[in-house]
Design a protein around this ligand. Structure first.
Ligand code: CP
Ligand code: NVA
Length: 306
């Protein structure tokens, strides 16, 4: 179908992504100055959550309301989505009533199958493979604190998961060097690593990986859907905890990011979010602003009066 989607950072050009980040900063300023800006009056976002969420749900819902529209929360538990109605059929029906749909899924193929039958834009609110909306917020946060990320060195520490895969895509699209420190057997997507080429390197030793880095980012060791592996992962990932001492090996002006929710004492030390180098709270707030820019970009503006 012809609608523009945001299933991955690769669905936009680097120039479009840069434009979204700039626009996120402008929309943040409008809100800070209490300026009413409602280009999406009458438009409706449907939000399908197969997994839990705090930030994604609230930022999309609040963002849509602030832009003049509305958002509907759709849980597979109390819609036919959870009772076996084919995803393509659901896409045809939902997209005939809604103006944009956001899905948080387990299988990434649920998103692509939905998008194939949708008449309206589809947004990836996290899948097992990717979390592109989080990267919009992360890139906005870096720009606000440190300026352009182009040519900088970023270190990912922890699981080669959906967030890590999106950092690889970000390295390609925003043109930075990425070092990934993950245990063997927990590497990110080989296809994305191959696509990124020289720009992305696996550096197993976290101390070597953070040396001179301008941004260090991590995430939970056990993602949603992997709960049965928790004990094994806790043991295996223990050497990868990000601490103040580890950040001391990075560049003096390094920033630390965590997409949240955080598990203090696991992937980060108890005190790391209190360190002045951490921008995790700004990063969380920027989900709102960056996604408002995305909604403005993807969704047709307000209806004309009759
Ligand atoms: N970072 C993030 O996506 O948070 P939620 O799971 O709370 O949406
Ligand atoms: N990797 C985590 C991210 C949560 C926002 C998960 O998929 O559970």
């Amino acid at each position: 179908m012809s609608a523009r989607n945001f299933l991955s950072l690769m669905d936009c050009t680097p120039a479009e992504l840069a434009g979204l980040i700039r626009r996120g900063i402008e929309l943040k300023d409008l809100r800070d100055r209490s300026v009413l800006f409602e280009p999406l009056k009458g438009r409706v976002l449907g939000m399908v959550f197969e997994k839990s969420s705090t930030r994604t749900r609230v930022s999309f819902e609040a963002g849509m309301i602030q832009l003049g529209g509305q958002a509907i929360f759709l849980s597979p538990r109390d819609t036919q989505l959870g009772r076996g109605e084919p995803i393509g059929d659901s896409a045809i029906v939902l997209s005939s009533m809604l103006d944009v749909v956001m899905l948080r899924t387990f299988k990434h193929s649920t998103l692509t199958e939905f998008a194939a039958k949708s008449r309206v834009p589809v947004i990836n609110g996290l899948s097992d493979e990717l979390h592109p909306c989080q990267l919009l917020a992360d890139m906005q946060t870096f720009l606000e604190h440190r300026g352009s990320i182009q040519g900088k060195t970023v270190t990912w520490i922890g699981d080669g998961n959906n967030m890590c895969n999106s950092y690889i895509e970000a390295a390609i699209q925003f043109d930075f060097q990425l070092r990934i420190s993950c245990p063997e057997g927990y590497d990110p997507s080989p296809a994305l690593l191959a696509q990124a080429g020289e720009r992305v390197r696996l550096v197993r030793d976290p101390r070597e990986a953070v040396r001179g880095a301008h941004l260090v980012s991590t995430d939970v060791w056990t993602s949603m859907g992997q709960e049965e592996e928790t004990a094994k992962r806790l043991e295996l990932f223990a050497p990868l905890q990000v601490t103040r001492e580890l950040l001391d090996l990075a560049a003096p002006d390094v920033l630390f990011m965590h997409c949240l929710p955080a598990h203090r004492g696991e992937e980060i030390s108890l005190d790391l979010l209190d360190d002045s180098r951490s921008v995790a709270w700004d990063q969380a707030e920027n989900r709102l602003h960056a996604q408002k820019a995305l909604l403005e970009f993807l969704v047709k503006p307000a209806y004309r009066p009759a």
